[in-house]
Design a protein around this ligand. Structure first.
Ligand code: ATP
Ligand code: MG
Ligand code: FE
Length: 345
């Protein structure tokens, strides 16, 4: 089927057309530059930017694919999780198109879209696959038994996302927002043993068995305290060493739990996605531990890891292929959409 996918969960307004597992167009507009001076995404600014970009971005996605709306078999749009005011713009626009053109619409889960998009690079997702989705807003380990019908949550962060933790430490070190890529670069020159960074929740939540949950807020606090102590005594801050210690510690805990989750669930494939999966320390650690455990690690190219319309279109395509009913035209956005809900009714 030919699917138009629309994405507006955070700061990217994006649209793409997929046909089978071929990407026919992929257009992304970002309002990130407008948020940089605030050190984080400002929801009001982001939703206004979506409202301005929606029609030009969707028009260009259709034009690049040499298609008109009438040629499309279905429309898919991110219904959540994300910023409510941002989701509302994309979903309202997508509903208007579906209503006017008489097309079925699927309100889909953005995070599961990060899993689905890997099909454009690696082909079909084998049954019983695990997925690690890491970004500025999410850190989730999912068990994907069937991308269209059966996804369960194996672990999640109990506080900050991995990218959020990097961005907070980067701010402390004086890097511009978003600082994750700066930490990556400086970490390549530093000593990962220099600063002791706690690997939060290595044993799981106290009193309960949640061995695959994550916690990154303590990591940020520990690094902040270490830096403040050095500053108080007038010592220089070894920025490269701080970055290397942070990056290696976070990469280790993510890789250990993701690969451990694969082994525990008898899964021999791990899909990785989300903007933080661009991180080179995480990529290296996942490949290393994946190889040792006999797990194939699917690390997509960076353009497929960050938020885009192709991920939404690809998940929509999977739902159409599986014969899942479309969403009704009065489906609602869900800013905290659970990870085991694949599409809204
Ligand atoms: P969402 O959470 O909805 O997916 P997002 O905008 O937070 O949205 P992305 O744009 O996919 O997510 O990812 C951005 C995050 O990834 C930021 O926190 C950024 O610092 C981090 N990041 C990007 N590249 C790297 C890198 N090379 N190393 C570490 N962190 C990185
Ligand atoms: Mg983003
Ligand atoms: Fe995302």
């Amino acid at each position: 089927p030919i699917i138009l996918g629309i994405e507006s969960t955070c700061d990217e307004t994006a649209a793409a057309i997929v046909q089978g597992d071929t990407l026919r167009s992929n257009v992304v507009a970002s309002s990130m530059a407008e948020h940089a001076r605030y050190g984080g995404v400002i929801p009001e600014i982001a939703s206004r930017a979506h409202q301005q970009a929606f029609v030009p971005v969707v028009s260009k996605a259709l034009a690049d694919a040499r298609l008109e709306l009438a040629d499309v078999d279905a429309i898919a749009v991110s219904a959540g999780p994300g910023l409510a005011g941002c989701l509302a713009v994309g979903v309202s626009g997508a509903k208007a198109l579906a209503w006017a053109a008489g097309k079925p619409i699927y309100g889909v889960n953005h995070v599961i879209g990060h899993v689905a998009v890997t099909q454009l690079q690696f082909g079909a997702i084998p049954p019983n696959t695990m997925a690690l989705i890491v970004s500025g807003g999410h850190t989730s380990l999912l068990h994907v038994k069937d991308i269209a019908r059966d996804v369960t949550v194996v672990g999640t962060t109990l506080d900050d996302a991995a990218g959020e933790c990097f961005d907070k430490v980067a701010r402390l070190l004086g890097f511009p927002y978003p600082g994750g890529p700066y930490i990556d670069r400086h970490a390549q020159r530093g000593n990962p043993e220099a600063v002791k960074v706690p690997q939060g929740l290595t044993q799981g939540r106290a009193g309960k068995e949640h061995p695959y949950d994550f916690s990154f807020s303590g990591v940020k606090t520990a690094v902040a305290r270490w830096v403040e102590q050095r500053q108080a005594t007038g010592q220089e801050i070894p920025v490269d060493d701080v970055c290397a210690s942070l990056a290696h510690s976070v990469a280790q805990v993510l890789a250990r739990k993701a690969i451990g989750g694969c082994v525990a669930n008898g899964s021999d494939t791990l899909i990785v996605g989300g903007g933080f999966s661009a991180n080179s320390q995480l990529r290296a650690q996942l490949l290393l531990e994946g190889q040792a455990a006999g797990v194939e690690v699917r690390l997509p190219r960076v353009a497929l890891c960050t938020d885009n319309g192709a991920m939404v279109a690809m998940l929509g395509s999977n739902l159409v292929d599986a014969g899942v009913s479309p969403s009704s035209l009065d489906f609602s956005i869900d800013s905290s959409m659970p990870m085991d809900v694949i599409s809204r009714q």
